[in-house]
Design a protein. Structure first.
Length: 1210
């Protein structure tokens, strides 16, 4: 057949025609290769590319010129071409002259009549291209090195200033990340341009320019940047973009600005301080003076001798020697500082302060004299006045009883001066307060108030007064009232200091406090009393009243103060009310009941207290307190009625009820009790109860009163319930009773007890029969659990070994038989599960475990389980959860999943094409937060005829025997679903049309209670805490939601998507794993077949588990090495798994504690799970374990423990 293909290939080459011309003249090397991989022909370009003649290629195998790496690639691509797919790869080959060439090689299949008869090899020389690419890559790396590590910012922009790229140094300059500025116009960051005029600001189109700009930092600050710009031209010489290099010159720019400001400030300071300066260059004789110098002396001097001569004439005679001495000193190189006076034309004296210093050249000779003069005439006058003022102030402050102080006018209010009275007032010497902040002495609670007050007064510039607490030296606080004012600088107008006069007002504040407390107590009593409070004059007119009195009468305060109490009192009670008012006027307090008429006409019963108001031992008015007792009187009437009703009730109930006093004598008994005991009611009252009906036990022995529960309740006040006891009738016969006894308590004291009893003689016989039936049912359940273990153990072996057998190399017939064994084993296990579930339901042992869970995740987990089967049959599987369905509900997620698995499994079984859809909607709202949900499962399967539907939910029943023969099953699935739905408080129905499909609907009630945390979850969290590992949420946990599935949306899982999903996985690590990085596992299993199966399952996942056959061997294994994870069977000889887990918890330190996962062959019941969790196990799994279940468990714990599982995919 290959020879036929090769012949056909040569024929095609000889008959190529036009394509032959293209083949011969093509610039790239093209070779023709037969299906055996040998060269058949080569075009002329091949010789140019390789240096070898075309004929030398004939009968050579492909790849004879390629390097080793290229030969490895060519095999794969050649096989791909033989399958009809083109492919390209890069490789190197040796030219005939010895140099190495790079080429891009493409294999193209030659197809004739849908069959590949050969392959074109097209080789394109890319040697120069690769050299250019390598050069460009080196340039790029160099640019990145410079831009990434240079301190200056390097950026490229277009000619408009839009950023094309920028180096990371921008973070240090302006705080931006590079990606934040890409595409942004950098000119927008400029605040001020120091280099150009406004119209040229931000110009980036000069070939070379240097700009100094004030730019905006990301945090809002400002930075001076020096930017050097160079224009980059394209190949046509046209400007294409700009390259900018910027650096931070903030420090330099700020120094230059400070220098300019300093020079300006110096000139201004001279004007403000009335200071002039002069300068003499001793080498050139040049003499200069400042403008202020000329203004002070009212003339300008050209030389120093001229200045000296003029000043000598105007100097005060006393100061002439001083001045001449200073001039001689300065000429000798000695600085001077003197004060002298000169006479003005107005005969006034002008006081001048003069200083001069000398500068020397490098040889030490005098080179320059610099002098300053200051007119201090006004200051001299002010200082004299200040001295006089201080003398007067000192006299006042020393003899004043108030504390006089001066403070800085800043936030600290530092004491500049404190008068001597600080000793008598506060105990501090003035020196102890001076230099310290006034707020150090103030009470901490008053400091904010004083500061805020002073800030307000500072703005208004008025005299202020403030009251606060100040600390004495002995730690006491006294009240100060301070009056102060601010003193302002006459030149600048700014606040110079605060002058404060403070006095002790502690006694006044204490008096005010007592008065305020007294007023507040009265006001609180009057205004906030729950009763209506009012005062009246001696004529009964209302003077004052509180809000409650307005509410009581319905009249406003204004209306009531114009009324007399006669206007409100019910006429029937007016005489009585006037009588009590007259007595109160005589000084006698009165308490009585009366009635008022509300503004709306209703009569209100009130309780009134009238108290005389005494002033100087004379009654001047009457206080009144009134309380609405309308409801109380109504209650009294109701109680009287209820007493009658209670008597009727006691006589109507079927239970016997009687009451006892503290001595055990009967105080009341209802008719039912008297009839059951055979007494007349009157014969029972007042008699000792114990001696009449409770004196003897059922075996005829005496029953001491102190042992009687009724007597004990009257002693300790604890209610008791007795399920079975004996009471004795009057005729001497006895009967079985169930009774409760409760204490009667009045004002905290036990005054008796009440006994409620009923005759249970007949019920007890029924109960004993029921208990016998329950024991039988329990024995049945225990038998089924034992049988479950005994059947599952060999069944696990059959299933596990079959799975191992299917992984080996089998011929078609062997694989067919093994598949039958596997499917039959799983079917038998499913039947066993159904029978056990149904048995538990029938025995009433099916317990529901309510918890809060994610509804969407629960549904998705079930849908995901059936995706492979639906994929295989080509059926679309969808589900939809309505938007108003809560995301989390309270129910039993395990049973809900079991119901969904049964319904979806049936739908998939009876559907050959079309779709299966699951829908969840909210039907109605129950008492919040309970919600009624409707779940429906619809299919397009075979459907059910109307006359057969009644068989659907019957146990061990199927619609038709033919269906059982075709599809199999026990007929228990829907019966179990119905029972479970009813256990969960719902109902299940079906709608179906034969040949068109079926829809099963059931209702689900989300519980109202807050659920307790899941025991399993708590155990896992405690496990992690013991291990010192933080617990992490895995993607398969309760919060997992697949793409496109969630609350309020629909999820459709298509066949091709599920196939892609199955292929998705985590890549294996690219580095070799060390042994200590792997998850260490110990398998503890007594059954050899199950042990072999589970070990093989772990080995497939890249683990090397150790094996122990009972709890003792597990303890020995743990003593030799630590383990991360232990899979432990809980039912083993020698030592079972639960006991072993408990001992491991007690024996191993916390940092070596492994995670223990229990395994059971029998069905896992809740009591068994709780025992395992209590022993320290993290979970309990039911065998047989499938690969997927083990993989998920290993994935979760490898993540939490930070260990690897080499072959594990997520």
């Amino acid at each position: 057949m290959i020879n036929d293909k090769n012949g056909l290939l040569r024929q095609l080459l000889s008959e190529g025609g036009t394509y032959k011309s293209l083949y011969v003249n093509h610039p790239d090397a093209i070779c023709v290769i037969d299906v055996e991989g040998n060269y058949v022909d080569a075009n002329p370009a091949t010789e140019r590319a390789t240096g070898y003649p075309s004929g030398q290629f004939l009968r050579q195998s492909i790849g004879w010129l390629l390097c080793e790496q290229g030969r490895k690639k060519k095999d794969a691509y050649f096989r791909q071409a033989l399958e009809g797919k083109s492919g390209s790869f890069q490789a190197s080959f040796k030219h005939r002259d010895g140099h190495t060439c790079d080429a891009c090689i493409t294999y193209v299949p030659i197809v004739h009549q849908d069959e590949v008869v050969g392959v074109f090899l097209i080789s394109k020389d890319i040697t120069e291209v690769k050299a250019v690419q390598e050069s460009l890559e080196q340039s790029r790396q160099l640019y990145e090195l410079v831009s990434n590590y240079a301190e200056d910012v390097i950026a490229s922009t277009d000619l408009e200033g839009n950023c094309l790229s920028i180096s990371p140094a921008i973070r240090n300059l302006l705080g931006y990340e590079p990606h934040e500025l890409i595409g942004k116009n950098l000119r927008h960051l400029i605040i001020q341009n120091e280099s150009k005029s406004a119209e040229e600001e931000g110009s980036w189109d000069n070939d070379r320019s240097v700009l100094i700009n004030l730019v905006q930092h990301k945090n809002g600050g400002e930075v001076w940047a020096e930017t050097r710009i160079r224009i980059i031209y394209d190949e046509h010489g046209v400007p294409a973009k700009a390259l900018a290099i910027a650096r931070d010159v903030t420090a330099r720019q700020e120094a230059e600005i400070k220098l300019r400001k300093s020079e300006e400030t110096l000139a201004q300071a001279q004007r403000l301080a009335v200071i002039g300066s002069w300068d003499l260059d001793m080498l050139t004789g040049r003499f200069s003076t400042s403008n202020e110098f000329n203004r002070i002396f009212r003339q300008k001097f050209r030389t120093m001798p001229e200045m000296n001569e003029a000043l000598r004439k105007r100097l005060h005679p006393v100061d002439v020697p001083l001045y001449e001495q200073a001039m001689n000193d300065i000429l000798q190189g000695v600085p001077y500082e003197i004060t002298y006076r000169i006479m003005l034309e107005s005969d006034e004296l002008q006081v001048i302060r003069s200083q001069a210093t000398i500068e020397c050249d490098s040889s030490g000779a005098p080179a320059r004299i610099i002098g300053v003069v200051q007119d201090i005439t006004d200051r001299q006058k002010i200082e004299a006045a200040l001295r006089e003022s201080e003398r007067q102030f000192r006299l006042i402050s020393e003899y004043s009883m108030d504390l006089i102080s001066r403070h800085t006018a800043d936030e600290e209010a530092v004491y500049l001066f404190a008068s001597q009275s600080s000793v008598s007032l506060l105990g501090y010497e003035p020196e102890e307060m001076t230099g310290r902040s006034a707020y150090e002495f103030y009470h901490p609670e008053d400091v904010p108030m004083v500061k805020e007050y002073l800030e307000t007064q500072m703005k208004s510039r008025k005299v202020y007064t403030v009251t606060y607490r100040i600390r004495c030296k002995d730690g006491r606080y006294i009240w100060f009232e301070s009056t102060g004012r601010y003193r302002y600088d006459q030149l600048t107008g700014e606040i110079d200091e605060m002058i404060v006069i403070s006095r002790d007002v502690t006694e006044r504040k204490e008096s005010e406090r007592r008065l305020q407390e007294s007023q507040q107590r009265y006001k609180s009593l009057f205004e906030y009393s729950p009763a209506s409070v009012y005062s009246m004059d001696l004529h009964g007119r209302y003077l004052t009243l509180n809000f409650n009195f307005e509410l009581l009468t319905g009249y406003s305060r204004e209306e009531l103060t114009m009324m007399c109490f006669h206007d409100l009192i019910d006429p029937a009670d007016l005489v009585k009310t006037v009588h009590h008012f007259e007595l109160a006027k005589e000084g006698k307090p009165q308490t009585y009941e009366t009635a008022v008429i509300h503004k709306d006409g209703t009569h209100i019963a009130i309780a009134v207290t009238n108290v005389p108001i005494m002033v100087d031992k004379r009654v001047v008015g009457v206080y009144g307190l009134a309380s609405d007792i309308t409801e109380r009187k109504r209650y009294v009437e109701q109680i009287e009625k209820l007493s009658y009703l209670h008597s009727l009730i006691l006589g109507s109930v079927s239970e016997g009820i009687y009451g006892l006093d503290e001595s055990g004598r009967t105080v009341f008994i209802n008719k039912a009790a008297a009839d059951m005991l055979g007494y007349e009611q009157k014969d029972f009252i007042g008699k000792s109860n114990h001696s009449l009906i409770h004196h003897t036990t059922s075996d005829g022995s005496d029953y001491p009163a102190e042992l009687c529960p009724i007597f004990q309740t009257m002693q300790d006040g604890i209610s008791r319930a007795v399920k079975e006891d004996v009471f004795w009738r009057r005729d001497g016969s006895s009967f079985l009773v169930e009774y409760t006894v409760n204490p009667m308590i009045e004002r905290g004291q036990i005054v008796g007890s009440v006994v409620v009893f009923q005759d249970i003689t007949g019920e007890r016989e029924i109960l004993r029969a029921k208990e016998s039936a329950e024991r039988t049912a329990l024995a049945k359940s225990e038998f089924l659990a034992t049988m479950s273990h005994e059947i599952r153990t060999p069944m696990n072996g059959v299933i596990g070994m079959t799975d191992l057998l299917l992984e080996t190399e089998l011929n078609e017939e062997q694989r067919y038989y093994a598949d039958i064994i596997s499917s039959s084993s799983h079917a038998l296990l499913a039947i066993l599960d159904d029978v056990l579930d149904f048995s538990k339901i029938e025995a009433g042992k099916m317990a529901l475990d309510y918890e809060q869970f994610d509804l969407n995740a629960c549904v998705w987990n079930v849908v995901e389980l059936f995706l492979p089967s639906a994929d295989k049959k080509g059926i679309q599987l969808t589900y939809h959860i309505a938007p108003d369905v809560p995301e989390h509900i309270v129910s039993d997620p395990v049973r809900l999943r079991q119901i969904l698995v049964n319904l979806i499994g049936n739908a998939l079984k009876f559907t050959e094409q079309g779709e299966i859809s699951i829908s969840i909607v909210k039907k109605e709202t129950l008492t919040p937060p309970a919600v009624l949900l409707e779940v429906s499962v619809s299919d397009t399967g075979i459907g059910i005829s109307e006359d057969q539907r009644h068989k659907l939910f019957q146990s061990f029943s199927q619609v038709h025997p033919a269906i059982n023969r075709k599809y199999g099953g026990t007929g228990l699935g829907l019966a179990i679903c119905k029972k479970m739905v009813e256990l969960m408080g719902g109902s299940i129905t079906v709608e179906s049309k034969e040949g068109y499909g079926s829809t099963f609907r059931f209702t689900l009630i989300s519980g109202e209670r807050e659920v307790e945390p899941d025991c399993e979850g708590l155990a896992l969290g405690q496990q992690l805490e013991l291990l010192g590992c933080p617990e992490k949420q895995s993607s398969s946990g309760p919060n997992f939601c697949p793409d496109g599935a969630g609350q309020g949306i629909s999820a459709t899982v298509a066949v091709n998507e599920t196939a892609a999903a199955r292929e998705a996985g985590l890549e294996r690590p690219a580095f070799p794993l060390k042994q200590e990085d792997l998850l260490s596992v110990l398998v503890v299993e007594d059954h050899p077949v199950n042990c072999q199966i589970f070990v093989h399952m772990l080995e497939k996942l890249g683990l090397a588990p150790d094996v122990a056959h009972n709890g003792v061997e597990a303890m020995e294994a743990l003593s030799s090495r630590p383990y991360d994870l232990i899979f432990m069977d809980i039912e083993m000889p020698v030592m079972d798994g639960i006991k072993a887990a408990r001992l491991i918890r007690q024996w191993l330190p916390v940092d070596q504690m492994p995670v223990i996962v229990g395994m059971s062959s029998s069905e896992v019941i809740e009591q068994q799970r709780e025992r395992c969790l209590a022993s320290g196990m993290a979970n309990l799994l039911q065998k047989p374990l499938c690969d997927h279940e083990v993989a998920l468990l290993l994935l979760e714990w490898s993540r939490r423990l930070g260990k690897a599982c080499p072959e594990l995919k997520e």
